[in-house]
Write a protein that binds this ligand. Structure first.
Ligand SMILES: Cc1cc2nc3c(=O)[nH]c(=O)nc-3n(C[C@H](O)[C@H](O)[C@H](O)COP(=O)(O)OP(=O)(O)OC[C@H]3O[C@@H](n4cnc5c(N)ncnc54)[C@H](O)[C@@H]3O)c2cc1C
Length: 475
């Protein structure tokens, strides 16, 4: 039986970042991941890289270029007659981006002497892990420490069962081989809005059905109202207070039934995307005699340093409490690796930003505050509606670019870092500390964004430098 200092179960942005950091800190590390790509080969990077952050941003990018041809460039006097979109080429570009990054993660693991197993890992008593290797065979390995980073899965709803063809989840909606004429989406959350934006820009009539009466309930209502107005203007037909009661695949597409304030309604679409949220993935994760405590929401229960109910077993990312975001998973992975290596570690969920990559994008983050607008809710300390992600709040400049100037809302709080320059490279900087250490201030950019790579570069050794700090400094 092989022995390691650390075994990581799950190779998403939580798991692979943790494993690489463990390797850099001189710990004998193994990583087990079960993801297989469309070609049936191991594809490291988890949800984020295979069916999440990366492919969605690749398609948002392609569709944005196409949309600009029609809607932005004519105002500059540029007209291109007969522009067309080849979906097969767009999808193959996206697949290439994903494959390149799958290979990049594998190379980084190798470089940092992390042993990668392709297969399903299950935790046994005594911090042993059974690995059912893809292609056959089983191995058992032991470790002083185990990090569980098994991520999340889309939530299914019985009234609209995913068949992978007509009714799909996020993975299916990222792989359409043609533009659906009419596309239905259940859920106006981040994923529904991003996917809706992609296909609407390419010509779909997109109808989004959201059960809640309130749009973007986690956001400040002024920003949410403006975002709703803009997205509707862009063509997203968003219905609030619309609860889907049934969806039936027909020979023409999908027949959807829903209840709204106006009573029972029906909708015919070519394809339907179910985007109602994600749940922790604990499928066949632990043996029956392993006493791993779960919380009420089915996630692995952890303390403030991601320690579970079992000594030497940690859990990070989407499988534990907190926002389901790649940079949050990575940050927890880094912290746990450093803790295991004997360093001090700190995780502060109060400053995790999140972004909706629509156009304009909405960017929220900072500490959370109670609100009198909606008793019982806690809203982010700062938020921003970006007119042009990547250019930052040079709002008047954006007006010159013929775009919505954007809006920033910021509420000062002693625990909340000062927000300086949002955009694709959004990050926060505190002039006076505001209670955050230098490391904390520089440590939590959102993802994906170009300087992600800088993060990896600066962490490329056993030192404790945080790359995003370096980026902030150079800004
Ligand atoms: C469409 C979409 C867009 C998104 N966009 C963004 C974005 O722009 N920015 C952002 O920050 N977040 C985004 N997210 C969320 C982000 O993808 C997740 O928060 C992130 O991937 C969580 O990382 P993780 O490491 O916890 O888990 P995952 O990425 O889910 O990885 C878990 C891995 O563990 C493997 N695994 C599970 N169980 C086992 C087992 N027992 N044995 C072996 N392997 C196992 C899985 O196969 C998977 O490879 C998006 C998600 C979606 C769906």
């Amino acid at each position: 039986m092989k022995n390691y200092d650390v075994i990581v179960i799950g190779g998403g942005p939580g798991g692979y970042v943790a494993a690489i950091r463990c390797g850099q800190l001189g710990l004998a590390t193994a990583l087990v991941d079960e993801w297989l790509g469309d070609d049936g080969k191991p594809a490291l990077g988890g949800t984020c890289l295979n069916v999440g952050c990366i492919p969605s941003k690749a398609l948002l990018d392609s569709s944005h270029h196409y949309h600009n041809l029609e809607h932005l460039l004519p105002a500059h006097g540029i007209s291109i007659k007969g522009a067309s979109m080849d979906i097969a080429i767009m999808q193959s570009r996206k697949n290439k981006v994903v494959k390149t990054m799958n290979r990049g993660v594998a190379a980084l693991l190798k470089k940092n002497k992390v042993e990668a197993y392709a297969g399903h890992g299950r935790l046994q008593a005594g911090n042993r892990v059974t690995i059912a290797i893809h292609g056959g065979g089983e191995e058992v390995a032991a470790a002083k420490n185990v990090i569980i980073a098994s991520g999340s899965l889309p939530v299914d709803i019985p009234v609209a069962a995913v068949d992978g063809q007509s009714i799909v989840d996020n993975a299916g909606a990222l792989a359409f081989d043609q533009v659906p004429k009419r596309l239905g989406i259940i859920g106006a959350g981040v994923i529904g809005l991003e996917l809706g934006s992609v296909w609407s820009r390419l010509g779909s009539e997109v109808v989004i059905l959201e059960a809640l009466e309130e749009f973007l309930a986690a956001a400040d209502q002024q920003i949410a109202r403006e975002a709703l107005k803009t997205l509707r203007k862009q063509g997203l037909d968003i219905h609030l207070g619309a609860r889907v009661t049934g969806a039936k695949v027909t020979n023409k597409g999908v027949s959807v039934k829903y209840e709204s304030t106006e009573g029972a309604k029906a909708l015919e679409v070519d394809r339907l995307v179910v985007a109602v949220g994600r749940r922790a993935n604990t499928t066949d994760l632990v043996d029956a005699d392993v006493d791993l405590t779960m919380d009420d929401a089915g996630r692995i229960q952890v303390d403030e340093l991601c320690r579970t109910s079992i000594d030497g077993v940690y859990a990070i990312g989407d499988v534990v409490k907190g926002p389901m975001l790649a940079h949050k998973a990575s940050e927890e992975g880094m912290a746990v690796a450093e803790l295991i290596a004997g360093h001090a570690a700190h995780i502060d969920h109060r400053t995790v930003p999140w972004v909706i990559y629509t156009h304009p994008g909405d960017c929220l983050g900072g500490g959370y505050r109670a609100t009198t607008e909606r008793p019982g809710h806690r809203l982010p300390q700062w938020q921003l509606s970006l007119s042009r992600p990547g250019t930052g709040p040079r709002c008047r400049g954006n007006r010159r670019l013929g775009q919505n100037p954007g809006r920033r809302q910021q509420r000062r709080d002693p625990r909340c870092a000062h927000f300086r320059r949002p955009g694709l490279g959004a990050h926060r900087r505190s002039r006076h500390g505001h209670g955050l250490s230098r490391q904390q201030r520089g440590s939590r950019p959102h993802h994906p964004r170009p300087p992600d790579a800088l993060g990896s570069a600066a962490r490329g050794g056993p030192g404790r430098g945080r790359a995003s700090g370096a980026y902030v400094g150079a800004d």
